[in-house]
Design a protein around this ligand. Structure first.
Ligand SMILES: [Zn+2]
Length: 154
């Protein structure tokens, strides 16, 4: 899990635009701030086009290229996760805590789910001897009830 300069763990709730640009090694601009704030407030795993639409509400002059560049620099530093589902457009997740995704096949809703307290991937999966898990990227498919969001699950 990323840590801030004081050694405190950065979670989705504590991540800030300032932290994200510093870690990504880019300069803070008003446009980058708008993109990152949209990401940090989005629990629905938006596409780049959706992030652009939302950022435009606060920052009408922003371009799609700026949004893509910002997202790419964050993804390259693994400050956000890039999700690929079937042939659809990439979706993005700013949740930096270890988690997996559940995709609803019918609605395409995606939510974050976390491992039960105290469990590790080694407890859940039959791993060949010597395999060590460093991070987790997985998705489960199923049905998500209408009132479930990543926000109210944890
Ligand atoms: Zn996620």
């Amino acid at each position: 899990m990323p840590k801030d300069p004081t050694g405190k763990e950065i979670t989705r709730r504590t991540a800030t635009a300032a932290f994200m640009v510093r870690k990504a090694g880019v300069r803070m601009t008003r446009q980058r701030r708008a993109v990152i704030e949209v990401l940090l407030q989005s629990y629905d795993h938006p596409t780049a086009a959706q992030i652009y639409e939302r950022a435009k509400e606060k920052h009408p002059g922003i371009s799609l290229a700026t949004v893509y560049n910002c997202i790419e620099s964050l993804a390259a530093e693994r400050l956000i996760n890039q999700l690929h589902f079937d042939n659809g457009p990439c979706r993005f997740c700013p949740n930096v805590e270890p988690h997996v995704h559940v995709l609803d096949d019918a609605t395409h809703q995606v939510i974050d789910v976390h491992m039960k307290e105290g469990l590790t991937p080694e407890d859940v999966f039959e791993l060949p001897q010597g395999v060590r898990i460093k991070s987790m990227e997985a998705y489960l498919r199923g049905e998500i009830p209408e009132n479930s969001t990543s926000e109210n699950i944890k």
